[in-house]
Write a protein that binds this ligand. Structure first.
Ligand code: COS
Length: 405
């Protein structure tokens, strides 16, 4: 893709900065955090210092003042080296901050966004429940209004930043007779599980936020991939949430979260694209270095055709991702395009990383090369923020809607 099709000089400068950070700071530690399944506080602090935890938000709200395309570039570039770092900025920014920016009151924006955008605290989004995954409208968490507050009870599952985060946007049923129109969303606050680490690096905790009684993180998931990203349950036991922490009007929670997921899907698409491109880069490098039968394996057609297919698909993925991001940035409808980009790139990430492991042969099956981690990291891209099956539902429904059918 020609860089100037979507990017200006500012985008290209940001890309260079993120590439350097990913190469110098993230690449050396990615394998260790994957192995230990630990949140990389030091490099998350590095990302916060570079403004990467608030790329698209205005400077007056503590953000870096860039745009959606710049933010997409940051996700894409980080994922070439480490998907966990990439999902950290995506989950924190789109899922954990954007609902407040887009649907919050001025007071909520001023209170929470500067803390989130600067990385002072980490944010997350609680939609999925043990019994409500693809059927997001099947939410069982309830919020009962009692005077000036709501009382929340329920459990959320597979929540990125569930442990390390302090600010969460969660859905709960406020009127069970209204289906998805009876779902509202709320801003909840708790203390990070990693207080010591957060204090040590100087991000991830704020004394300004109340610790809501009865709100806590549950079991940490032991995952196949994205192992340096923190995924846990969130548990609500009679949590008293002030009315002023409701996000938007009662009953708006489902639609607001669906809109947030449209943007999130562009992010996961960019992450997936980064994984595929990173795997292609590794495979290309290895296939030139690796000699068998007296020559680089890159010269064997069985390998070179695989590289050609990967490169072609990566190129197609770039157009889908940056086109969807461009539509979002220009306020145009992009729900279908977001799902197309997410569907194509997540399945591409899986195909490309499997090919990269194959090209590395026996070495690809060890932790000596990053392609093994990349292959594990790719799988969840076909599942998180809407499975491939859900993306096909969203795309086909929108096609019918476009035809007025
Ligand atoms: N933007 C705005 N509004 C939306 C929307 C979107 N992207 N998607 C749905 N809505 C609206 C619909 O227009 C409908 O409103 P009306 O009744 O006024 O027309 C309402 O929300 C309910 O929508 P729908 O009937 O399509 O809901 P369904 O229960 O059929 O669910 C799917 C739709 C399956 C698409 C949705 O549940 C979904 O995306 N599931 C996957 C969830 C997911 O991605 N989870 C991963 C979370 S990881 S962070």
């Amino acid at each position: 893709m020609d860089d100037h099709l979507y990017f200006n000089e500012q985008h290209l400068a940001l890309r260079e900065m993120v590439q350097a950070f990913a190469r110098d700071e993230v690449a050396p530690i990615a394998g260790r955090h994957d192995e230990d399944q630990t949140f990389p506080w030091e490099t998350v602090k590095g990302m916060a210092d570079l403004g990467l935890l608030g790329v698209p938000w205005p400077e007056e709200l503590g953000g870096a003042g860039f745009d959606t395309l710049a933010y997409t570039i940051a996700i894409h570039e980080l994922a070439k080296v480490c998907a966990s770092h990439s999902i950290t900025i995506s989950a924190h920014t789109t899922l954990g901050t954007s609902p407040i920016v887009h649907f919050g009151s001025q007071e909520q924006r001023e209170r929470f966004v500067p803390l989130l955008a600067t990385g002072k605290v980490i944010g997350g989004f609680g939609l999925t429940e043990p019994g409500a995954g693809s059927d997001a409208g099947g939410t069982r968490t309830v919020a009962v209004r009692k005077g000036d507050h709501y009382v929340l009870n329920g459990t959320k599952r597979f929540i990125t930043h569930g442990g390390v985060g302090e600010v969460f946007l969660v859905t709960a049923v406020t009127d069970p007779t209204l289906g998805t129109k009876g779902i509202s969303s709320f801003i909840l606050t708790k203390e990070t599980c990693d207080l010591e680490a957060a204090r040590k690096v100087g991000i991830g905790h704020s004394d300004e936020l109340p610790v809501m009684k009865g709100f806590r993180a549950g079991k940490k998931e032991d995952k196949l991939g994205w192992r340096a990203s923190d995924t846990r349950e969130l548990i609500f036991e009679d949590v008293e949430v002030p009315v002023e922490n409701r996000l938007g009007a009662e009953g708006q929670g489902f639609v607001n979260f669906m809109q947030t997921l449209d943007a999130g899907r562009v992010g996961v698409a960019a992450l997936s694209l980064g994984l595929a491109e990173g795997a292609l880069g590794e495979a290309l490098k290895y296939s030139i270095e690796r000699k068998q039968f007296g020559q680089s394996i890159a010269h064997f057609q069985g390998v070179s055709f695989q590289l050609a297919d990967m490169a072609t698909e990566v190129e197609a993925g770039k157009h889908l991702v940056y086109h969807a991001a461009w539509l979002a940035q220009h306020g145009k409808p992009y729900r279908k395009e977001a799902s197309m980009a997410k569907l194509f790139c997540s399945e591409l990430a899986m195909r490309a990383t499997i090919k990269a492991v194959q090209i590395h042969g026996g070495y690809g099956y060890t932790k000596d090369y990053p392609v093994e981690r990349m292959m594990r990291d790719a799988k969840v891209c076909e599942i998180g923020e809407g499975t491939s099956e859900i993306q096909r539902i969203v795309i086909s429904r929108q096609m019918l809607r476009d035809l007025g059918a």
